[in-house]
Design a protein around this ligand. Structure first.
Ligand code: PMP
Length: 426
């Protein structure tokens, strides 16, 4: 059993020694001390079904034994920077990662986070094109450093940073990209960056046809197309390994983080040899980007995804779960929309289906109730009224709610049933 510091002590230290911008979910926050596959455990040993996976960060499952073994073995041997010496771990992982990407996307740069990956991608696009403007999609999240902040457009993102150009998503808005290029730039741009499904933005899918049209306009203006796969990558969407693949496009640069390391701090940029050349005559290095421990862990993640057929599982369980959530939508007026793909699903709560007025207070109550029932989901979206369901990819149909309410009292960890019950109690 856990004998370490408890909620009150941690809260006291946080308020005194940690950033005031830190926040937590739930009226009474959770002190999570252990994790095992799709479960998390609090300080009292209470088990929770994790349907958020640390914002899609954990893909194979918490503390997956194969990933742990790889990390431990490498840590015992060596943990170091790979800037000035050779080590096989970074090369092995780069080779395995490149094999998962289409076309000529085969040169990998490792970073420590999604923000760093996107910063590097934007810098490479600017160096390659000689242009500066970056077009991004409204409601996107790409990171919290200077460049990526400029490409992030969220309602709660009010930093005094120069914002670049934004366009709305949606098929009929694909022409916005063209208009922004024409009216908001010199006519030449460095890049377009977009998630395939917006994560923080509230599991917003891009309309079919939007990405191909946007890519065409950007390329005509000399820009590169960057796919931010930080959340939608690594088999999460089920139908494909990468989110962009569902749109029939091949980006010039792909960025990734979160799921790549199953919780380890690692990110990557993958591009073509031609674009990668922009860094040959310049010194770019990243002390811990691609360090042996994180890359050994990353390679183990790829192997687990394949061995346990987790992409297929994301498709099967995700489709089943989406169907069950759609059934809930028929039953509860408060559910305005159910969307997403695979195990990247969103449930939007509204107080009025026609005006789509966000059910902001209600979502907090439902979320708290679900936690009490032992189920953790995330939330996001422009108004913070969308449940984000992004569990570890080992999530089962049983976890989703296959056994219905008869078993509910025994296990209290079925996602759909707990949401149903929590909404009924509103
Ligand atoms: N891109 C996307 C799509 C993200 O969701 C995030 C993180 N939420 C980032 C980039 C930034 O990643 P990190 O927090 O690892 O810097």
């Amino acid at each position: 059993p856990y004998t370490g510091p408890r909620i009150e002590e941690i809260l006291r230290k946080r308020s005194e020694f940690l950033s005031p911008s830190m926040f937590y979910f739930y009226k009474k926050p959770l002190n999570i001390v252990d994790g095992k596959m799709q479960y998390l455990f609090d300080e009292d040993g209470r088990r929770y079904l994790d349907a958020f996976g640390g914002i899609a960060t954990v893909c194979c499952g918490h503390c997956h034994p194969d990933v742990i073994e790889a990390i431990i073995n490498q840590t015992k041997r060596l943990q170091h920077s790979t800037v000035v010496y050779l080590n096989h771990a970074i090369a092995d992982f780069a080779e395995a990662l490149a094999s998962k990407l289409p076309g000529d996307l085969k040169v990998v740069f490792f970073t420590n986070s999604g923000t760093e990956a996107n910063e590097l991608a934007l810098m490479m696009a600017r160096l390659y094109t000689g242009c500066h403007d970056v077009v991004s999609v409204r409601n996107a999240y790409h990171g919290n450093a200077a460049g990526t902040m400029g490409a992030t457009a969220q309602s709660n993102w009010k930093f005094n940073i120069v914002q670049r150009c934004f366009c709305s998503d949606g098929e009929k808005y694909a022409k916005d990209v063209q208009e922004i290029i024409e009216f908001g730039t010199s006519g030449h741009v460095a890049a377009f960056i977009s998630e395939a499904i917006q994560g923080v933005g509230g599991i917003l899918e891009l309309a079919p046809g939007y990405l191909p049209a946007a890519y065409k306009s950007i390329r005509k203006a000399g820009g590169l197309c960057i796919a931010d796969e930080v959340q939608s990558g690594f088999a999460r969407t089920g139908s494909h390994f990468w989110g962009f693949e569902a749109h029939g496009v091949v980006p010039d640069i792909v960025t990734m983080a979160k799921g790549i390391g199953n919780g380890l701090p690692i990110g990557a940029v993958v591009t073509t040899p031609e674009i990668a050349k922009v860094l040959t005559r310049r010194s770019y290095f990243n002390t811990f980007g691609g360090n042996p421990v994180c890359t050994a862990g990353g390679l183990a993640v790829l192997k687990v995804l394949e061995k346990e057929r987790l992409q297929e599982n994301a498709l099967v369980v995700g489709s089943y779960l989406k169907g069950r959530l759609e059934n809930l939508q028929e039953k509860h007026d408060i559910i305005g929309d159910v969307r997403g793909r695979g195990l990247m699903l969103g449930v939007e709560l509204v107080t009025d289906r026609r005006s789509k007025a966000p059910a902001k207070a209600e979502i907090l109550r439902v979320m708290d109730q679900m936690k009490e029932m032992g189920v953790l989901v995330g939330k996001g979206g422009f108004y913070g009224n969308v449940f984000r369901i992004t569990p570890p990819l080992c999530f089962t149909k049983d976890d989703a709610g296959e056994k219905f309410l008869t078993h509910f009292c025994l296990r209290q960890t079925f996602l759909v049933d707990s949401m149903d019950l929590a909404i009924s109690k509103l």
